[in-house]
Design a protein around this ligand. Sequence first.
Ligand code: AMP
Length: 190
Amino acid sequence: MFYLVVFGPPGAGKGTQSDKIIEQYGFAHISTGDVFRVNMKEGTELGKLAKKYIDEGQLVPDEVTINMLKDQVAKYPEAKGIILDGFPRTVAQAEALDSILGEDDQQVNLVLKLEVTEEEVRSRIEERRKTSGRADDEAETVERRINEYFKKTVQVLPYYQAQGKVVAVNGIGDIDTIYAQVSEAIDVKL
Ligand code: AMP
């Protein structure tokens, strides 16, 4: 099974590129943000717990997120590949992922880093806010989410760089041009 981490700040285009990967490669897709949002909508215990953090633009605690991710990964035993979109966001999550996958002699095969500047991210989220209806797309919360990425989440990169797994792609420009680089990076490792 091919495990692909799609990495980048909020608004980098992780969802957009994931959709194109799904279409071409038929991989399963786990977006931890989407799973939290579904749970919030359904009012589950997990949703209630996550809501406090998400509405504030903070990361949901590692223990909660890791347990949820483990359950999600177990849903796709037959998949050709799994896209992890929005996970891991901390080094503790990256370590936990290694041990979860390691139990089945699997590993992360590729970390695709979508490179987008803070300025670009701000203007994209501002655009998205008009239609997304996401409470956490409000200005103050967005700032916190951007900070979480540029202060905390980027620390995950050295962890994977040390394993030679990171491929950086310029995330600014035409969607198909970006995707051409994305699919090339996948094909090299597939
Ligand atoms: P996203 O849709 O990926 O931008 O995620 C929306 C929100 O869900 C984030 O701002 C976090 O509050 C929470 N979240 C999603 N993924 C994670 C994760 N891997 N670790 C902690 N919190 C997460």
